[in-house]
Design a protein around this ligand. Structure first.
Ligand code: DOR
Ligand code: ZN
Length: 347
């Protein structure tokens, strides 16, 4: 199979940033994906429906700023804080454009300092979300200093997620960017209200990629890449046919200088090859026939949204990723596989 035509996919976990950075990166996503769940970890965070409405307007303006892009719909997300009120959940549900609420444990990752210090503090908001069916998107890592960075996700399941679901058994949850066998097994064993997104980079790389020939800052993201046994478990999960695993790139652009420095930011930029990298991963697993469900059906089905009507075509024809691409304020970003080959091409 050298060409593959599939229903146009959606990205169920994306960082678009804001202002000039937003204008710089949005076209990569809009060329491939019809919709994206847009992460709210701006500074200040998108913590209210009113802020989400303004951010949505800026995304639509950025889309209009590049002529000729296919239509694109941003699906907005609220940033959960210790102080999110149940009324705010109602406003989000009634808005029609907010599709979820994101839980960042405080300090877990980029711009998470306004995140949740203890989920018990959000219990009233979570109860309202369960009542109204608004999904909670979870960055599933504990931040406790006693926990090894490679174990943060597995420990989160036991310390936070299981107790949270025991308190709110009907809460709809997406375990975002899962990176471990533990998380894949947890989701597979859970009920229909629990789903997960998986990134292309966690399907394609294990933690050796962090140190291949030297420290590789452009492979550093959170949750950090794990051992091969975990990567293999993720590939098995996404190619298993289970409809509760779906595509979420977690493409997270940072300026080159913010990555290549003494204390570099976490995040891999993958939107420039946002569907092509998944095609590589599914192809390597001999499961290209499972890509369309993962990329284009499972997400909208779980969120209760219509599947896209248009299609894209991918070709097995390799190409070289640019060494860098324009970002904001005269800076560049370094995309994943910079200067290297990607085996599949769009169009
Ligand atoms: O690697 C990451 N980068 N993980 C996250 O959770 C946040 C993201 C970002 O915003 O840069
Ligand atoms: Zn993310």
């Amino acid at each position: 199979m050298d060409t593959l035509t599939i229903t146009r996919p959606d990205d169920w976990h994306l960082h678009l940033r804001d202002d000039a950075a937003l204008v710089a990166v949005l076209p990569d996503t809009a060329r491939r994906f019809a919709r994206a769940i847009v992460m709210p970890n701006l500074r200040p965070p998108v913590s209210t429906t009113a802020l989400a409405a303004e951010y949505r307007g800026r995304i639509l303006a950025a889309h209009a700023a590049t002529p000729g892009l296919p239509p694109f719909e941003p699906l907005m997300v609220l940033y959960l804080t210790d102080n999110t009120a149940p009324d705010e959940i109602d406003r989000a549900c009634d808005s029609g454009f907010v599709h979820a609420v994101k839980l960042y444990p405080a300090g877990a990752t980029t711009n998470s300092d306004s995140g949740v210090t203890d989920v018990m503090r959000c219990d009233a908001a979570l109860a309202r979300m369960a009542e109204r069916g608004l999904p909670l998107l979870i960055h599933g890592e504990v931040t406790d200093g006693d926990v090894d960075v490679f174990d943060r996700e597995a420990v989160f399941i036991e310390r936070v997620l299981r107790p949270l679901l025991a308190r709110h058994p009907s809460l709809r949850v997406v375990f975002e960017h899962i990176t471990t066998k533990d998380a894949a097994e947890f989701v597979a064993a859970a009920g229909d209200n629990i789903a997960a997104t998986v990134t292309a980079h966690h399907l394609l790389m294990n933690r050796n990629a962090l140190f291949a020939g030297g420290v590789r800052p452009h492979h550093y993201c959170l949750p950090v890449l794990k051992r091969e046994v975990h990567r293999a478990a993720l590939v098995e999960a996404v190619t298993s046919g289970n409809r509760r695993f779906f595509l979420g790139t977690d493409s997270a652009p940072h300026a080159k200088g913010a990555k290549e420095t003494a204390c570099g930011c976490a995040g891999c930029y993958t939107s420039h090859a946002g569907i092509e990298l998944y095609a590589e991963a599914f192809d390597a697993a001999g499961a290209l026939d499972r890509l369309e469900a993962f990329a284009s059906f499972n997400g909208p089905d779980w969120y209760g949204l219509p599947r896209n009507a248009s299609q894209i075509t991918l070709r097995r024809l390799d190409w070289t990723v640019k060494a860098s691409q324009p970002f904001a304020d005269g800076e560049v970003l370094v995309p994943l596989r910079a200067g290297e080959r990607v085996a599949w091409q769009l169009g």
